[in-house]
Every structure is written in C-alpha cells, then in structure tokens.
Write a protein that binds this ligand. Sequence first.
Ligand code: ZN
Ligand code: ZN
Length: 351
Amino acid sequence: MEMATYRAWMYNRLLPGRRGYTTEFLNGLEEFMAIARKQPVYLSEGKIRCPCKSCKNEAYLTLDEVNVHILQRGFTPRYWYWTSHGERIPRTNVDVDMHSVSSSSQQWGYGDVNRHQDMVFDAAGLNHEQQNEEEHPNMEAAKFYEMLNSAQQPLWPGCENTSELSAAITMLSLKSKHNMSQACFNDVMKFMKESSHPKNVIPFNFRETKKLVVGLGLSSKKIDCCINGCLLYYKDDSTLKECKFCEEPRYKARNAHKKNSKDVPQKRLHYLPLIPRLQRLYASVKTAEHMRWHYENRREEGVLCHPSDGKAWKHFDHLYPEFANEPRNVRLGLCADGFTPFNQLGTQYSC
Ligand SMILES: [Zn+2]
Ligand SMILES: [Zn+2]
C-alpha cells in the first residue's frame, strides 16, 4: 500500500477557495465517527479522544463536539492510523502515528519518574512531533514502533492517562529510586492488579514488567568470563569449561544434592551492545543534533575546543574522506583513568 495515498481524504478537507468541504472528506469523516462510536470508552463515558489539529487526541469530547472540531480544524497531522480510536497499525506497513504515544507521555506526570519516562521516550525517538513527511522508518524501526504502540494500550478500558508501557516504566523507576526489593515490587504489582479494573493489563510481576521494557532495545548481553579476568567465554571460546590461561574452572562447583541445577558461572560480564544504543541516539531529534555537532560546528584554523579540531581527527578525515563527508559519522574514544602498563602490578608507575 502506498503510504501517501492511504486515507489521503483526511488531509483533503476543503474545496478550492474554501467553498465548503470535499465529498470524500465528509464520507471519510462519517466512517471515522462510526468507528469511534464503537469505542469502549464511548460506550461507558459517552466521549472519545478528539483527533482534531488542536486537541491532538488529548482531550475527551462528545461526538458532536469532535465532529465540529474536525470540520473546523481538520485532523491532527499524520493520523492515518486511528490508534487512539482502537485501530492497530497493520503489520506490513511502516508508518506510525506517534501522537498517541507522545501525548500520553506528556500528560502523565510523576515528577522524577516522568523524567525517566521522558528519557525512555527520547531513546525511542518519540518525544518529537514533526517528522520529515518523506521519510519512513526502516523495517526494524517500524517493528520497534509497532511494539511500542501495542504497549500503549490503556491500563484498563477507559483509563486516560496511563498506558501499559508507562506503568511499567514508572514502576521500574520507582523500584530503582527507592531501592525496592524484587519481592516488594511483586507484592505491589499484585496489589495493584487485584485492586484495579477487572480488565486491566497491569504486568503482574517484575519479570513481566521487564519483558515489556526490554523490547525497547536497550538490553544487555551476559558473557561468562574467567574469574581472574584472563578471557571471555565468547565466540571460539564460548564452549570452554576452564580458562585457557590460568585453568580456573568456568563454573562454580555443583551442589551434589541438586542434580538438575544449572551451571553457575564464577564471573559474568554484562555487555551493553553498542549498535542499538547508537541507533537510538540518532532516532531522537534532540540527541541526533549532538551526533552531528562535530561536523556542523567547524572551528576556524588555530582554535582548539573539541577533539574534532585536533590533528588526529583531521588526519583520520584526510585518510577516509568518504567517511568524513557523512555528517552522521561517529568515532569512539577510549578513555582510562590510570592503568599500569606492561603488567607491572605493585609498581608506582601508572598512566
Ligand atoms: Zn478537538
Ligand atoms: Zn584465567
């Protein structure tokens, strides 16, 4: 399906010279109202989210009010899929309305926690309204948005300000802020689940809550390593049972009484994969700007205020002009605060 033509009527409201409304718009609006009328929130409250240009799906109004708003103002931009009115993004399509997502992140406030949530939405590239009309997310990003969108369902039918995802993020931030034990977390979730609307989608424990957020793509990878730090059990060495260098066993001694217990590594490294993090940095308008800073803010000759003004950086640009000409090029720096070279442990000398 061609994106630009799907429900094109939504943004073809007025006849030339503003002499009334186009027929396709009036017909389309009727179709929209018919779908909106089936919303559970309409059946229980008599109101729906208004998708007009100024309400942006944030206000709940009666059908008549919504009708007037849309006729006067038109639909909020890019609202091709009526996700705030019960529609899901079709799997094959790669465009997503981000209004329902960003508006719920803004409405919903909890001080510090809101900041955390903002961070997550920033990481997801969702705290901005305007997107280039021409540019659609690639398949991987689309899948991610789709997941995000499905986690945006209200916490229970009619719940206005909290979605499944925002509840999960809030609970996780509260857990870390107050140093909550996992048992306490599970008890709180259990209580919340039991005391809310019977049709709620509150995650019922820590594992379920984490599963929701892990989909945001910022998870870590666990790699076993030698207890003395000589090697990682990774790639070619991933099946070794003891260290190649110091011969320390990889796993802790098994408990003879527990026959089917899993092997427990003596030491484990948590690796934070770099690529998804870089992708997130480019996905948010706020951080993407910083990622291009070194390219867009060139200094005059002789002024040194950023690594990109230095000789090493320029030398690299000279060697790889194709790389250097891409404003989004990125380099990784390695920074260490004191290490002893040549394994001279115990000596005074450090770099
Ligand atoms: Zn409105
Ligand atoms: Zn070792």
